[in-house]
Design a protein around this ligand. Structure first.
Ligand SMILES: NC(=O)CC[C@H](N)C(=O)O
Length: 364
């Protein structure tokens, strides 16, 4: 990358950082957030929850294992977390165009170019991260030839942009699960299909309360959860019933809002593969994969709800549960991709609740 063109990263507080271009030579604005994950850029960049965000990776060398080739199973990617790159831009320290991995099909720069996404390298990402930790996540832009306006993606309904427009069916298992797709990661679909499930994947604003199903699942997704009024409305109807409900990340926030609680924006969010969480009422903790900028305000939850997991770094809510009904959620990602898979049992717990619910209905 010796002949890389100059580009700059500009933050809303006036900071300007000179760097070099890789990927598309174009300008882009977004919310600048950082992740301390050491691997997993193919998964991160295709996670729809990153829509509208310029992602800073603190790991010092990025790109050296390239980008894998696509491999589909029942029209779902086995490799990526969706069918395109969702970040607005990428900021790294050392970019390695040279790459080596048995599954690599292209360089990270070529992959970004395919989707017209700019990357900037030669940036002191650790210094930048310290600034973001002190001041909080900021708006910013990568500026190539033409300048662009700063833009706050949290003012947009990003979920409507990434959610599918049609209902899709997968698998033929014994438990019928509705997956409300607010920008789901494909590994959530894979985790269900590995567990004898028939999956009905519906758009974020679809009235799923009309469907015949055994359990309801709410996916992750980008932006401010309060933008998803339609989903929250349908969820409120589902909360009147007794069918099991499980939510991940944005899905957890939507459950909190539908239950009558509130959400708030974290100073700089949790984006990494080593976030410790404590299971309430125990001394058991798990190391989890996370990517979120908002959280449920536990103090606002109604009396019949409680915190299920707590973040051991900052004490914020990492999941909620209903005290008597089979409704629960995680703010972290039990499906991982990337990161530790230690909490994948949450899918088993949900399907166990579904089986129990079905057994109760059968005997009544
Ligand atoms: N991964 C997610 O679902 C993120 C949820 C929400 N957009 C947040 O940033 O908190």
């Amino acid at each position: 990358m010796e002949n890389a063109k100059s580009v700059k990263l500009v933050l809303e507080d006036g900071t300007e950082i000179q760097g070099k271009s890789f990927g598309a030579f174009t300008s882009a604005a977004g919310e600048v957030v950082f992740s301390t994950a050491m691997t997993g850029y193919p998964e991160n960049l295709t996670d729809p929850s990153f829509a509208g965000q310029i992602l800073v990776l603190t790991y010092p060398m990025v790109g050296n294992y390239g980008v894998p080739g696509e491999d589909l199973y029942e029209s779902i990617s086995k490799i990526f977390e969706s069918d395109k790159i969702h970040i607005a831009g990428l900021v790294v320290n050392y970019y390695s165009e040279e790459h080596s991995h048995w599954h690599a099909a292209k360089s990270l720069g070529d992959w970004l170019s395919e989707y017209n996404i700019p990357g900037i390298f030669d940036v002191d990402t650790r210094l930048l991260t310290k600034k973001l930790r002190e001041k909080g996540a900021m708006l910013g832009k990568i500026v190539a030839a033409e300048d662009v306006e700063l833009h706050d993606p949290n003012q947009d309904n990003l979920v409507a942009q990434v959610s599918p427009s049609e209902v899709k069916h997968y698998g033929s298992g014994k438990n019928k699960i509705v997956l409300v797709d607010c920008g789901t990661k494909t590994n959530i679909i894979r985790c269900f299909l590995e567990r004898d499930v028939e999956l009905i994947r519906v758009p974020w604003d679809y009235d799923f309360t009309q469907l015949d199903y055994d359990g309801l699942f709410l996916s992750n997704g980008p932006g401010d959860p309060k933008m998803c009024e339609a989903t929250i409305g349908h969820l409120q109807t589902a909360l009147q019933q007794d069918k099991p409900i499980f939510g991940i990340c944005l899905g957890s926030q939507l459950m909190g809002l539908a239950a009558g609680g509130d959400t708030f924006k974290l100073k700089y969010g949790h984006r990494s593969h080593n976030q410790p969480v404590l299971l309430t009422g125990t001394k058991r903790s798990y190391i989890t994969s996370q990517n979120h900028g908002f959280a449920v305000d536990t103090d606002t939850l109604p009396a019949e709800w409680e915190m299920l997991f707590e973040n051991l770094n900052d004490g914020t809510c990492e999941g909620i549960k209903h005290k008597t009904k089979p409704f629960f959620s995680t703010q972290f990602h039990p499906e991982a991709a990337g990161g530790p898979q230690d909490t994948e049992f949450m899918f088993d717990d949900f399907l166990k609740a579904v089986e129990e619910y079905k057994a109760t209905v059968a005997t009544n």
